[in-house]
Design a protein around this ligand. Structure first.
Ligand SMILES: [Zn+2]
Length: 206
C-alpha cells in the first residue's frame, strides 16, 4: 500500500509539474550538439540519450526547445568539453551561441542533463534579454548576491537556475561556470517565474 501511495504521489507530481509552455509568446529555441572544435571531445550516444528529455522539460519555461542537426541554424550549440577548469558546464556571454559541457564531470545522467539545460537557459536569457543569471536564495534585507536575479527567489536553491559556481565569475552576469549539487533537471516554479518576468518586462534585470 505504501508503494501504491508513493507511486500515486509521484504520478500526481508528474501531472502537476508547473508549465507555461507557449511558443506563440516565447518562440522557439534551437539547440545543436557538437564535439569540441579541436575534435578532442565528443558526445557519446548514451550521453545524448540522457540529455534529450530536456527538450520536453525545458518547454515548461515557455519557449519550444527543439534539437537541430544544423549548427548554422542553431540558436545555441552545446559542445562537448573537458577543459573547463573543474566546472561541468560553462557559458560565456562573449560567445553567447555556445555552451560547453564536461560530461565526465557531471555526477550521472540527471546531473549531466541539468548541466546542459542550465547552460542552455543562460544562452537563451542572454540572447533574448542580455542577462544571464540565477534564481537564488538570500536573507531578507541583505544585498542581492552577484549573478542573482533581484526579485525572483528560489527558496533552498533547488531550482534549475540555482547557482553552482565552480569558480569566481569573470564578470558578474557575463561569464560563469557551473557545477550542480541538485540533480533534478526539471524546471521549478521560480525558473518559470524568472523567464516570465524577463518576458513581461522585455528585460531581466532593473
Ligand atoms: Zn549558471
Amino acid at each position: 500500500m505504501r508503494y501504491l501511495l508513493a507511486a500515486a504521489a509521484l504520478f500526481a507530481m508528474a501531472c502537476t509539474a508547473p508549465t507555461q509552455f507557449s511558443p506563440s509568446r516565447f518562440g522557439r529555441w534551437r539547440v545543436a550538439f557538437a564535439g569540441s572544435t579541436d575534435g578532442v571531445y565528443a558526445w557519446r550516444a548514451d550521453q545524448l540519450d540522457a540529455v534529450r528529455p530536456m527538450f520536453t522539460e525545458l518547454d515548461a519555461l515557455g519557449p519550444d526547445f527543439v534539437e537541430t542537426d544544423s549548427l548554422a541554424e542553431a540558436d545555441v550549440i552545446a559542445r562537448a568539453a573537458g577543459d573547463l577548469g573543474g566546472a561541468c558546464g560553462a557559458f560565456d556571454a562573449r560567445d553567447p551561441g555556445l555552451v560547453r559541457i564536461d560530461a565526465a564531470c557531471a555526477q550521472g545522467y540527471l546531473a549531466l542533463r541539468r548541466a546542459v539545460a542550465h547552460e542552455v537557459v543562460h544562452a537563451y536569457t542572454w540572447q533574448r534579454w542580455g542577462w544571464a543569471g540565477h534564481a537564488c536564495d538570500w536573507p531578507i534585507g541583505a544585498a542581492v548576491p552577484a549573478t542573482c536575479h533581484p526579485t525572483i527567489r528560489c527558496p533552498g536553491e533547488g531550482c534549475l537556475m540555482s547557482r553552482g559556481l565552480a569558480r569566481a565569475d569573470d564578470g558578474p552576469n557575463f561569464s560563469e561556470a557551473y557545477t550542480g549539487d541538485v540533480a533534478d533537471p526539471t524546471p521549478a516554479q521560480p525558473d518559470l517565474d524568472l523567464v516570465a518576468a524577463c518576458q513581461a518586462a522585455s528585460r531581466c534585470a532593473p
